[in-house]
Design a protein around this ligand. Sequence first.
Ligand code: HEM
Length: 463
Amino acid sequence: MARTMPRLARRGREKPSFELGDIQGNVLRGYTYPHAAYLFLRIDDPAKARTLMGRMLPQVASAQEWTDGPPATAMHVALTYAGLVALGLSPELLASFPEAFREGMAARADRLGDRGPSAPANWEPGLGTGEAHVLVTVYALDGEKLELARMALKGVGAEGAVTVVHEQRAEALDGGQDHFGFFDGIAQPAIDGGGVAGRPGDGQPAGRGRWRDVAPGEFLLGHVDEDGGLPEAPAAPFDRNGTFMVYRKLAMDVAAFRRCIAEHGERYPGGPEALAAKIVGRWPDGTPVSLSPDAPDPDVVEDPLRINDFTYGDDPAGLKCPLGAHIRRANPRDSEGFFGGKLSDRHRIVRRGRPYGPRLPEGAMEDDSVERGLVFVCFQADIWRQFETIQALWIDDGDPFGLGADKDFLIGEPSGNGAGKMTIPGDPPFIVRPQPRFVTMRGGEYLFRPSISALRRLAEGGV
Ligand code: HEM
């Protein structure tokens, strides 16, 4: 089926300055592959698993430029801490990995806000139990190619090396929106030397309307970070060109979102679409409410110099973009209390998620019992400082924004006592309460994505 692509402003390209052949793809620059499969494997026989890794190695896609466009499929490999243990790494090497990664996502669920229906006890089989050792991600141009690659991978299980313990398919929705109807994947950090020219707004605020690229060590180990040194890293050979990966399967209750917007939007002076835009921080077409608070603006969306070029310093009360809007909480830029961006620059993430499940038919206000949502994936050098700070301190807690216990209204886990609300500043302010449940966590893992040379060392038994 032919896909319509959004007319969103895209980034330009520039010459990258890294050992691209050693870095796994989809970190420095994102993929446009619409299809993805995530296969979590348990290692049953470490020696056979290493041999299998060696056989798979030639298929692992690096960050090198494609000369003739993207190949039909691209494959990537990441490991959980339990996976590194299962492979028999030395205790010294294992101990050199950071605590958040060693503990794993399930052990840190409470601080992340994964409570109630989102708690690990309710996660899907194979996630958060210690059984998931290796994640193989396959991206494909079409569903058929994905299926062939997936079946080939599943076939290797018969050799006794590994067993598939969890599997997830994901597919970009026609038109490029998420299930709530908003364009996603617009704002990404501009990585200094990464090969993608940053647009204004992609980097960090540098004063007087200027922006600077983010240091590569925020996303890739062994490179200079925003502190001017190398990020903390595990011991060699995992200290260079690898990155930490966060995987979260987030179910989205689209009918609940539509009902909330319809019900409260009737009273909201701007109407339902404006209410939804204030909750997200962008209009469904991607226009930032900071740049165009009253209506979407197609000229902004199509202009790479404007689509992400905004700050919050001139809007301390949140009259344009509410303090509690999802994008303002997830990247406060130069918001008040963030010292012109100095307190947000160590907390950036590269997001590489994909929606899963079919759309809820347009206009439907009741759930159809079909699973849909977002496979949220992000990359960073430090899981605690980057992903967990955003998730635990900004999404699951309103304090840094003067919002008390209010969680991110779009994606936060509602507090059990029905006290959560969304405040849209104005005269008078508009309050949406209580916070319904729109997003439920279905399971996740913390992973390490080694460099290609480190994967080779693993396959050869060198570590
Ligand atoms: C189902 C769950 C989620 C939905 C529906 C969602 C939706 C969105 C949308 C529509 C945008 C605006 C488009 C863009 O700027 O790219 C956005 C931006 C963003 N989201 Fe989410 N998101 C989800 C989960 C998360 C999670 C779990 C995190 C991190 C813990 C996160 C972090 C971000 C960040 C950092 C931005 C960019 C903000 C900026 O730089 O201006 N999101 N999200």
